[in-house]
Design a protein around this ligand. Structure first.
Ligand code: UDP
Length: 371
């Protein structure tokens, strides 16, 4: 019988653990944290509100296989995420779309801009902001400058400490200008929040007689207790950061981290939407109000103001890989030295800005490759 060690008990680690166990293999999963589910961990607080400790997580996918897999471990509601942005005293929809025009501009100007947009782009197209800026027409140039400045420039400075041009284009294109009247943040076929929360979902995934979970345990704790450790396992799956695995011998891979300042308020609702972005004001990027996700009933509400900061070891958690050539090269340098029978996966292991469905897809594919 194969023996597998999984480092990290978040979504990627738990998916691969389950797949291996269902294949009749023994699995030990370890995690430094004192809880399962990694950064998708949630819990119900004293007010009966389900809190996403590491920020809002909304499941969305077009991948049938991923959706089918995840539904084996949880039932989902049909929550469709919308994001409101607070721009010049007005609440409007993000991504910027045809409806947004009418919220932020006088009607005559909005009508003119809509007409020009519809002649320049196909209806239902998603245009990344850096592409959208390549406009010749005077009105569309005005519009692209407006969207760039009011939505992307300051938010990206807060989130990444850089301008939109300085970060990888795939990041800002996650929130394109949308030539549409669809106000949803995602257009995927399947969207929702697990009715009993993400922690419960992961708990169900790990609930298998061949899976053993050991919390508050780092790989180096196991190694120092047992120098022959690697010989005991046929395979090791790491969802930790690759630089950490190699003891930072070529230097550190940088990440952005997030600091959430939680507040409980004595009112039913604090804001009009689960997430409100502040692309122009304040030092935080957005405010999350958690009771919206599962429709929790309470006369109190819990919010979190989200502040972005650099990841520093021992101080905060890794959230976002900073994808650029320099960091990719460093990742590749480490990758060349991955020992046989050791596999890396997940947002940290692959150093990729995966959404949850992409993390699952990656684990499913890796399993197919090695089984
Ligand atoms: N972004 C922005 N203004 C917004 C929302 C997003 O400039 O109001 C940019 C910003 O650079 C951000 C990226 O788009 O990092 C991706 O945003 P997304 O909401 O997908 O980030 P996540 O929810 O993964 O943190």
């Amino acid at each position: 019988m194969y023996k597998n060690l999984i480092v990290g008990c978040g979504l990627s680690g738990s998916v691969i653990a389950r797949l291996l166990a269902e294949n009749g293999e023994k699995v030990l999963v370890i995690d430094k944290k004192d809880h399962i589910a990694g950064n998708i961990y949630d819990y119900t607080d004293v007010n009966g509100i389900c809190i996403h400790k590491y920020g809002s997580h909304i499941f969305h996918t077009n991948n049938e296989k991923v959706w089918k897999f995840i539904n084996k471990f949880a039932d989902f509601n049909t929550y469709m995420h919308k994001v409101i942005a607070f721009i010049d005293g007005i609440e409007t929809t993000i991504p910027f779309n045809l409806n947004t025009l009418y919220d932020v501009f006088p009607k005559s100007l909005a009508l003119r801009l809509e007409e020009k947009l519809l002649s320049a782009f196909e209806y239902n197209t998603k245009v990344p902001i850096l592409e959208f800026q390549k406009q010749e027409d005077k009105d569309l140039k005005f519009l692209s400058d407006y969207v760039y400045k009011k939505i992307f420039l300051h938010y990206t400075a807060k989130q990444w400490g850089k301008t939109p041009e300085e970060i990888d284009g795939s990041v800002t294109s996650r929130v394109p200008v949308y030539i549409s009247r669809d106000d949803r943040y995602f257009q995927d076929k399947y969207q929702g929040i697990p009715l009993k929360g993400y922690t419960e979902l992961i708990k169900n995934m790990l609930d298998h007689p061949d899976i053993n979970v050991q919390l508050k345990t780092a790989l180096k704790d196991l190694q120092s207790a047992d120098t022959e450790l690697f010989k005991k396992f046929d395979r090791i799956f790491c969802t930790c950061s690759i630089d950490e695995f190699f003891n930072y011998k070529y230097g550190e891979l940088p990440y952005r981290s997030v600091n959430f300042k939680f507040e409980t308020h004595n009112c039913e609702y604090y804001q009009t939407n689960a997430v409100i972005n502040y692309p122009c004001n304040y030092d935080f990027t957005r405010i999350h109000e958690y009771k919206y996700y599962l429709g929790d009933k309470s006369d109190k509400t819990v919010i979190a103001k989200e502040y972005s900061e650099f990841f520093e070891r021992g101080k905060n958690e890794r959230y976002y890989p900073i994808e650029n050539n320099e960091n990719r090269l460093l990742y590749e340098k480490y990758k060349k030295e991955i020992p046989q029978k050791v596999y890396f996966l997940g947002r940290l292991g692959d150093y990729k800005y995966y959404d949850m469905d992409k993390a699952i897809e990656r684990a499913l594919t890796l399993f197919e490759e090695i089984k």
